[in-house]
Design a protein around this ligand. Structure first.
Ligand code: NDP
Length: 242
């Protein structure tokens, strides 16, 4: 088997960085995308040797260009991990349309913009793995996150439809729905809220580790996961069963 090529969006920090590193260790040629934090991206590149590609996942033209640049360096993308995401929390009655749109753009429009440039190639080559990072809060809804919950639930619908369209072409499409994982996104939650409102609801009794999401991505990316498509893998320490 030729060395498979993987692209991880938001692959330079947090969960995405763990996914990029995990796939590299598993033998993939990996490209890591990021949005704006050059310092973090350069530090990640220096640490891992993984090439980084800066483009906004909400911008279709930028994605097309950025993904072609990654392919020119590494070869056609076999595994796409749509991981980049943001939050702009607020109660809906106070939420601005800008907050709404920013989250829909980065977390849901990105499903279109990042998948579109790779889907034809995957179909033509008869192999592809598309792995989408949703969230527990897309499954159960979360107060203060109407925008994020809507986007992350949308990811699941996208996966189910795309999975059916591509099942007979060797291309699988699956979702991972993490619970609370110890990354900067979650560390931004005040310690008090974490202790009183989040940890008591996680039966395993701790936050998840980014590496625990990365292991699941490696599994779904593998040759032997070809009969798994359209599914959502919940990884949340027993907090919620969809
Ligand atoms: P981080 O904030 O730690 O990292 C986000 C990554 O996404 C960064 O690499 C960032 O790039 C990139 N990114 C953000 N916006 C854009 C953009 N417009 N274009 C390109 N790249 C972008 O997030 P996490 O690792 O915590 O989250 C990763 C994914 O997992 C997200 O989709 C999130 O919603 C989901 N998730 C996270 C959970 C958690 O507990 N942490 C729980 C459930 C789901 P840059 O460094 O340039 O900003």
């Amino acid at each position: 088997m030729a060395e498979r090529v993987a692209l991880v969006t938001g692959g330079t920090r947090g969960i995405g960085a763990a996914i990029s590193k995990g796939l590299k260790e598993a033998g993939y040629k990996v490209a890591a995308n990021y949005g704006g934090n050059d310092e973090a991206a350069q530090a990640f590149k220096a640490e891992t040797g993984i090439p980084v590609f800066k483009f906004d996942v909400g911008d279709a033209a930028a994605c097309e260009q950025g993904i072609r640049a990654a392919e020119a360096e590494l070869g056609p993308i076999d595994v796409l991990v749509n991981n980049a995401g943001i939050t702009r929390d607020g109660m809906f009655h106070k939420m601005t349309f800008e907050q709404w749109q920013a989250v829909i753009r980065t977390n849901l429009d990105s499903m279109f913009t990042c998948t579109k440039p790779v889907i034809d190639g995957m179909r033509a080559r008869g192999f592809g793995r598309i792995i989408l990072i949703s969230s527990i809060n897309g499954q159960k809804g979360q107060m203060g996150q109407t925008n994020y919950s809507a986007a992350k639930a949308g990811v699941v619908g996208f996966a189910k439809a795309l999975a059916q369209e591509n099942a007979n072409k060797g291309v699988t499409v699956n979702v991972i729905a993490p619970g609370y994982i110890a990354t900067e996104m979650v560390k931004a939650v005040p310690e008090e809220v974490l202790k009183s409102k989040i940890l008591p609801h996680i039966p395993v009794g701790r936050l998840g580790e980014a590496e625990e999401i990365a292991r699941a991505v490696e599994f779904l990316a593998g040759e032997q996961a070809g009969f798994i498509t359209g599914s959502t893998l919940t990884i949340n320490g027993g907090q919620y069963f969809h």
